[in-house]
Write a protein that binds this ligand. Structure first.
Ligand SMILES: Nc1ncnc2c1ncn2[C@@H]1O[C@H](COP(=O)(O)OP(=O)(O)OP(=O)(O)O)[C@@H](O)[C@H]1O
Length: 254
């Protein structure tokens, strides 16, 4: 059974002369354990689709189902990470991660080991008791990453989580993300503007057209994991990147 079923989904904001047809119609199924990137020009409706999957925005038409259950209202059992992190300033890193458990009525004491393991995996163990203002932007995003993962979600929605980071930190967190995904195999939907990033991480790349976004191509990326520098330097990798660049050139956005 697909983890995510998107059937005839479209979204229009507003009505009458003010109406903005933001997205769709789109049909797409995502199977458990897949890592699907949404790659498309600014304003094509990628974030809108993420919000609809999370149950935070209703589709105007069509339906979305998660593991066979139709989405009505906010989904609490998924992991979400957006460009702006969700750390609250008055709690420590550990406290922020625990907050995600408290919000889901899960007892933090049962998750001590899990939190330590996550903090270690992103190299933040030494900062567990620091507050967000004591961390760099990249460290804050790494902490936000632990927040999204702590309740071991089967589904993760990552909307440009690396967007604001410098190139080196971005590379580093990309590797962390890939390693965590390989270890635990959650289903991931990942929004990015970077073609290389999409090809490096994804089992499939969904190429979204300019607004109203439609998924015109779903490109399976048949490269071995882990996709480190040695894979990125292969002609197969650059072949995928070039193929996707050509599609965007066709849209007139590259
Ligand atoms: N709440 C809203 N009310 C009205 N229009 C909206 C709303 N949210 C999004 N839109 C419009 O829908 C379109 C798609 O927006 P969305 O944020 O989903 O695009 P995106 O692909 O994520 O863009 P970007 O890559 O720039 O983040 C845009 O034209 C935007 O102005």
């Amino acid at each position: 059974m697909p983890q995510i079923e998107i059937s005839g989904v479209s979204k229009t904001f507003g009505t009458g002369a003010e109406a903005v047809h933001a997205f769709g119609p789109v049909d797409m199924n995502i199977m458990p354990g897949e890592f699907v990137s949404l790659l498309g020009p600014s304003g094509c409706g990628k974030s809108t689709l993420m919000l609809m999957i999370a149950g935070l925005v209703d589709p105007t038409e069509g339906r979305i189902a998660l593991a066979g259950r139709e989405v009505h209202g906010p989904q609490t059992d998924i992991g979400i990470m957006f460009q702006d992190n969700t750390l609250v300033p008055w709690r420590t890193v550990r406290g922020n991660i625990e907050l995600q458990l408290e919000l889901r009525s899960l007892p933090p004491r049962d998750f001590r080991e899990r939190i330590d393991e996550l903090l270690t995996s992103v190299d933040l163990m030494a900062f567990a008791d620091r507050h967000p203002y004591e961390l760099s932007g990249g460290m804050q995003q790494r902490a936000a990453f632990c927040q999204a993962m702590v309740h071991d979600p089967h589904l993760m929605l990552l909307d440009e989580p690396l967007g604001k980071l410098d190139a080196m930190t971005r590379e580093r967190i990309r590797d962390d993300l890939q390693a965590l995904w390989q270890r635990q195999k959650p289903t991931v939907v990942f929004v990015t503007h970077s073609i290389e990033e999409a090809v490096q991480l994804s089992t499939k790349v969904a190429v979204v057209t300019p607004r109203p976004g439609r998924i015109e191509r779903l490109i399976p990326i048949d490269l071995p994991y882990p996709r480190d520098l040695s894979v990125k330097n292969t002609p197969e990798f650059t072949g995928y990147v070039r193929e996707i660049q050509e599609i965007f050139r066709g849209y007139g956005v590259l």
